[in-house]
Design a binder for this molecule. Structure first.
Ligand code: ATP
Length: 911
């Protein structure tokens, strides 16, 4: 298509009142047509207008982000210390302190940037696709490639990918709250709106970023990227999430309080030194600063952020994309998972296995989508379906009321579209029908697409003889309610409902998914379809039984969840008997109990609360029931993860503690409402996410359990020295900085890479309200701190006693402290269980690498002359090392003994 600009500007450059133009005129001005653009023209326009994306929210400049790392209590304290040391003329100390301040801020800045980029990359995995008409054909295209003039097809659940002038709309309702703040979805049509109209009144437009909650439409793109209405509201776009979860926020708040307390303790220590022991103010001040620097766990926030970002990356690697970071904490506490059945617990590879007519049952051969195999009647292969007109009518109706297509790719057969419809398509092809010829002979005039809410699909087709026919397929109970007759042609008679109910029950017991097919002749001049027309006077042609086998990995994942104390509930739109049968294969429920949507309707809230404790299978439920179910399970004190894919699942997804949307099958509306999106729609991925959630929580706790005693041990050493009246500190301020900023952080970060513990899915979920600093934690932190203090101070005194110089004694003390941390790091790898096994010692390569790095660092610290100048260290002879390592190893032995003793006490309490 050649383009001549009508006004010399690009279509989006000038702002037009597109809503006030007739759709035909809008198409003309945008030099497009109802068949869409040609691909080469679209490519040309893409070059001209740029990608259809919004500029990322303007974040803080790198300089500001770097400087923000100086805005921290510890750094202020260090800056004061730098000034004091400078005033005292201790220039080396000043230089080291300033160096540490910069290095610390730089590392924080780099790590934060890395974590942010990793999370951004994960969010980008959820990029939007839109259904376009290009070259006259429907094709899904990445939303970024949309250009003005493109024709976009919308259906309920979609996110509008660009600003559109609607050219066709059917029952269209759009949630525009993101733009207008109006929470009720606006109904849309194609009529022109008056020229000056507020956004909310532009009913002939659909705006980028809004959500289609009902109906279908076609529109021509009028603006993309920053020229869209959403692109103009820059404020809306700065919703950058902080890198935090409730646990991390709690810890940062705790850290701030701790810092204030520590500065208070430092002030008291300073006063005791100066006023009780009459030490010189200058050196006592430095001791007080060392104390504060030692005790403030400055590395903890960085370690926690890294742990979180590694956890989120691991989840993404296992098909679970986290949209809201707080969900990572919650996942670890999940006690109930409510899952859809089709496609999540089952494979969603549907094969029709039986066809029930009023007086005959046909069986179909084959599995999967290959259209090979035959239909059998009473064990005899059926030759041509023409010999069985009633069967032919059912197969044809199932083909006309169908949007799926079948394709072969390198010998593999695939379905594009809904697998349930695919099963009917394959069945018809097995019987030798030609879908294309049929749809040419019976062109489709209108349709009502399938929605879980009404559970059927209907189409209006030409009947090949100048009249029209309504074709319907859907959930049998629903279709039976709409039928008055059954059978085909001369055999048509009144509906025998009891017979069909018996058939349905029998087939459903086999775990088959059931689909009823019905039709009605309609007025010759009818060209549109609505529910009132469809829902009555139909003739039932028959029922098709479809198998959809459970996923093997779901069976394993459910067993894993159950051993992890997590209850799995199945919530499905399918028949109760089908759900029970599949439930039994998956080990959900007891095979006897199942409640249906109708049962739920009859129950009050209290009754429902009781029922959800006893029942795990809920069948024939509507999306609204899901919301009630989530609330009832939550009211019983459970933490609920709930899956959903449809538009109407959004309220339940939002209410659940963790809303889980399906990345492949799910609508954009459900993804927007969720906390986590599964890229493979697979139940097993939820179980993996729970495992990773528990691991992240464990690793955050391990980081706390490692960092706090390390800080506590250093601080106690200094306090002890001052209280005992030692003027020469066992560790100087710069040495404390070395230990904290280099050793503790390097070792602590290694814990972020801890793999899941073996029993992580064998223990019950943690209590959602459990206190982070449990009594066990407080005990462990206190006794390890005391041990570190005693060892460090002890080695210092021992060295002095042996006649060593103060520099040698301090070097020995610092090495003792650092090796205490190295040994303790291994002990912390498992909070409760022993690490005295191969996995415990060698299971985390990052821990091994960190320990090795620290060994090298300490050798440099001890023997390199530059270190002697900077840190005031001195070389040690081998005898010192023997004592240092022997003392440091004590912490490992004692912590392992503590685990054994506590396990015995716990065991004794249980038995
Ligand atoms: P889930 O278990 O994930 O809730 P489901 O597939 O069991 O999903 P729905 O998708 O709501 O639940 O389907 C409910 C019923 O509607 C099915 O048992 C079937 O009878 C009918 N049905 C499903 N898909 C279609 C379709 N494309 N056209 C017509 N009827 C359908």
């Amino acid at each position: 298509m050649k383009t001549t600009r009508m006004d010399g500007a690009s279509p989006t450059a000038t702002r037009r009142a597109w809503h006030a133009l007739e759709s035909a005129e809008a198409l003309e001005r945008l030099e497009s047509s109802e068949n869409g653009l040609a691909s080469d023209e679209a490519a040309r326009r893409l070059e001209e207008h740029g990608a259809n994306r919004l500029a990322p929210p303007a974040g803080k400049s790198p300089l500001l982000r770097f400087l923000s790392h100086f805005h921290n209590m510890l750094i202020y304290l260090l800056l004061v210390a730098a000034v004091v040391t400078a005033l005292l003329g201790h220039w080396v100390d000043t230089g080291v302190i300033m160096g540490v301040v910069f290095i610390n801020s730089f590392i924080g800045f780099m790590q934060e940037g890395k974590a942010e980029r990793a999370l951004d990359a994960i969010r980008n995995l959820l990029s939007l696709k839109a259904m376009l008409l290009r070259d006259g054909r429907k094709a899904p295209v990445p939303a970024e490639e949309i250009v003005p003039g493109d024709i976009v097809l919308l259906q309920s659940g979609d996110k509008v990918p660009a600003d559109l002038r609607l050219i066709k709309a059917k029952n269209l309702r759009i949630d525009e709250s993101i733009l207008t703040g109006e929470s009720v979805a606006a109904s849309k049509h194609t009529d022109c709106a008056p020229e000056p109209a507020a956004l909310g009144d532009q009913r002939s437009m659909a705006f980028s970023g809004t959500l289609v909650t009902y109906g279908q439409a076609t529109g021509v793109v009028t603006a993309t990227g920053e020229h869209t209405e959403i692109g103009r509201i820059s404020a809306m776009l700065s919703d950058v999430e902080p890198l935090a979860t409730p646990l991390i926020q709690k810890m940062s708040a705790f850290g701030r309080v701790l810092a204030v307390v520590i500065i208070g303790v430092a002030a008291v220590t300073f006063s005791i030194g100066v006023f009780v022991h009459s030490f010189p103010a200058g050196s006592t001040f430095l001791a007080a600063v060392s104390l504060a620097v030692a005790a403030i766990p400055e590395g903890l926030p960085a370690i926690m952020t890294i742990t979180l970002s590694i956890g989120v990356q691991r989840m993404a690697g296992r098909h679970a994309i986290i949209r809201h970071l707080p969900a990572v904490d919650t996942l670890g506490a999940v006690t109930t998972i409510c899952s859809d059945k089709t496609g999540t617990l089952t494979r969603n590879e549907m094969t029709a296995r039986s066809v029930h007519l009023p007086d005959q049952r046909f069986a179909a051969e084959g599995v999967g989508y290959a259209p090979r195999g035959q239909l059998h009647l009473d064990g005899e292969a059926v030759g041509s379906p023409a010999e069985h007109p009633a069967l032919l009518a059912l197969l044809e109706t199932g083909l006309l009321c169908n949007d799926a297509s079948l394709r072969e790719d390198q010998g593999q057969w695939h379905i594009d579209g809904d697998p349930t419809e695919g099963a009917l398509l394959v069945l018809a092809q097995k019987a030798g029908l030609d879908p294309e010829a049929l749809s040419e002979a019976h062109p489709r005039l209108d349709s009502i697409p399938f929605e879980s809410e009404h559970r059927y699909m209907a189409t209006l087709n030409g009947d090949g003889a100048g009249g029209t026919r309504i074709c319907v397929k859907g959930a049998p109970e629903r279709i039976l309610d709409m039928c008055t007759a059954q059978g085909w042609g001369e055999d048509e008679c009144a509906l025998d409902r009891a017979y069909w109910e018996q058939v349905l029950d029998g087939e459903a017991q086999l775990g088959q998914r059931l689909l009823a097919v019905a039709y009605r002749t309609s007025e010759p001049d009818r060209s549109t379809l609505d529910m009132a027309v469809v829902e009555g006077g139909l003739t039932l042609l028959g029922v098709v039984g479809i198998i959809d086998p459970p996923r093997d990995e779901a069976i394993r994942a459910i067993a894993e969840c159950q051993s992890a104390g997590i209850r799995v509930k199945m919530i499905t739109g399918d028949h109760a008997a089908t759900a029970r049968a599949i439930g039994q294969e998956l080990s959900i429920g007891d095979g006897k109990h199942a409640l249906t949507g109708r049962d739920l309707d009859k129950m009050g809230d209290d009754e429902l609360r009781k029922a959800v404790e006893e029942t795990d299978i809920f069948a024939r439920v509507d999306p609204e029931h899901k919301l009630r179910l989530v609330r009832a399970v939550q009211a019983n004190g459970h933490v609920v993860a709930m899956t959903g894919d449809g538009v109407n699942d959004a309220p339940a997804l939002k209410s659940a503690d963790v809303g889980v949307a399906m990345g492949r099958r799910g609508t954009e509306v459900s993804k927007e409402a969720s906390d986590m999106v599964l890229t493979d729609d697979n139940f097993a991925s939820i179980a993996h996410a729970v495992e990773e959630g528990r691991t992240v929580y464990d690793n955050l706790r391990k980081a706390i359990l490692f960092v706090l005693p390390a800080s506590g041990g250093e601080a106690l050493t200094i306090i002890a020295a001052v209280l005992l009246g030692w003027e020469e500190m066992p560790i100087t301020p710069v040495q404390i900085l070395w230990v904290n900023m280099v050793c503790s952080i390097t070792l602590g970060i290694a814990l972020a890479f801890e793999p899941p513990e073996k029993d992580v899915m064998r223990r019950p979920p943690r209590h959602p309200k459990a206190n982070l600093l449990s009594s066990h934690f407080l005990w462990r932190i206190s006794f390890v701190s005391a041990l570190l203090c005693a060892g460090t101070f002890g080695v210092f005194l021992w060295a002095l006693d042996k006649g060593a110089d103060i520099e040698v004694a301090r070097t020995a003390a610092v090495n003792t402290l650092v090796f205490f941390e190295v040994f303790y790091l291994f002990g912390v790898r498992h909070i409760h269980s022993s690490v005295l096994n191969f996995e415990g010692i060698f299971g985390n390569r990052v821990v091994l690498a960190a320990a090795l790095t620290i060994v090298v660092a300490q050798l440099l610290y001890t023997y390199v002359p530059l270190s002697h100048t900077l840190f005031g260290t001195a070389s040690l002879n081998p005898a010192f090392w023997a004592v240092i390592l022997a003392v440091a190893a004590v912490v490992f032995v004692v912590v392992e003994m503590e685990k054994v003793i506590l396990a015995r006490i716990r065991f004794a309490k249980i038995s």
